[in-house]
Design a protein around this ligand. Structure first.
Ligand SMILES: Nc1ncnc2c1ncn2[C@@H]1O[C@H](COP(=O)(O)OP(=O)(O)OP(=O)(O)O)[C@@H](O)[C@H]1O
Ligand SMILES: [Mg+2]
Length: 294
């Protein structure tokens, strides 16, 4: 990753030149072939997903096909109700009632498992457990290896000093960091995040985005993060998957070839933002032209 960052910085410095073009092509080949220790490929092949509601079948997802390479950070955006959470639940094995298949590494996903870490919009901590007990959950904190890992994660998510606090004594951002640490303790091959920072103030949100990037750069866990925030999708993702609604389909996949750490005010960032926004607006137009409204 450090190497990739250096290449990405070079691209930034030589934007528009043959050198940047050559480096991009090289990175693209590396991306398709690289092996990231512990990370796995996610093959998504959803033919269809529907719900039964008010005596009607609602087709929520259709023909969603996507391959996520090991160590990738994919962000998913799309209009409200287009099926982002449903997609994430299917990838995580929380919803298996659909047509198609999800394969993680060599394994077909048939149920939730330790290898698919899931972080929800609300943190879902156990109110009767302390921070460290919430992180450990079903693992035994008295085991030296678990104790060491929990302590390490408390450092990573910057919760030192709060090990013995209960959820009601924490802020929203702190609770979300506990949830992130809990997911990471299970050493997931992939981390699925459904609008994890949606309810937080801008400052805490920015801080947690950086925490997540640090974790990703250190552990290279494959990340799939759903967000409503276009800036967040560009700030974090290698690739942005833009979904359209009714039924939910992939409208566009946009690569983000900006070096880390990303500068939200840079021209390159802003021009990509404009591009994502205009694609996003097209998905709204699609909704309006099919007569179903927004
Ligand atoms: N359990 C359910 N039963 C019936 N319909 C459902 C169920 N879960 C989701 N839906 C419907 O499926 C569609 C997609 O829902 P989903 O929660 O995946 O959307 P989303 O893209 O995550 O939306 P948001 O951005 O608002 O979180 C919606 O129309 C929703 O009403
Ligand atoms: Mg949702």
């Amino acid at each position: 990753m450090v190497l990739t960052n250096q290449y990405e910085q070079l691209i930034g410095q030589h934007e528009g030149s043959y050198l940047s073009f050559g480096i991009r092509a090289f990175l693209c080949i590396c991306k398709k072939t690289r092996g990231v220790k512990g990370a796995v490929t996610i093959s998504i092949d959803i033919v269809g997903k529907s719900f039964w509601k008010d005596k009607q079948t609602i087709q929520v997802l259709e023909d969603v096909r996507l391959t996520i390479v090991p160590g990738e950070f994919v962000t998913v955006i799309g209009p409200s109700g287009c099926g982002k959470s449903t997609l994430l639940k299917i990838i995580g094995g929380l919803d298996t009632d659909y047509e198609g298949e999800i394969v993680i590494g060599e394994r077909r996903v048939t149920e939730p498992g330790m290898k698919q870490g899931f972080i929800f919009q609300e943190h879902r901590l156990f109110p009767w457990l302390t921070v460290e007990e919430n992180i450990a959950a079903n693992f035994n904190l008295k085991q030296a290896a678990i104790r060491r890992k929990v302590d390490e994660l408390i450092e990573i998510v910057r919760l030192k000093g709060f090990e013995h606090a209960y959820p009601h004594e924490l802020s929203g951002g702190m609770s979300q960091r506990v949830a992130i640490a809990r997911a990471l303790l299970r050493d997931p091959e992939i981390l699925l995040l459904d609008e994890p920072f949606g309810a937080l103030d801008a400052f805490t949100r920015k801080h947690l985005q950086d925490v997540l990037l640090d974790i990703w750069q250190e552990k290279r866990t494959t990340m799939v993060l759903v967000t409503h925030d276009i800036d967040e999708s560009i700030y974090l993702g290698n690739e942005i998957v833009l979904l359209q609604a009714r039924p939910g389909r992939i409208h566009k996949i946009l690569p983000v070839n900006l070096p880390f750490p990303r500068n939200r005010t840079s021209t390159a960032f802003q021009s990509l933002r404009q591009k994502v926004l205009s694609e996003f607006e097209k998905t709204d137009e699609l909704l309006l032209t099919d007569g179903s409204g927004i």
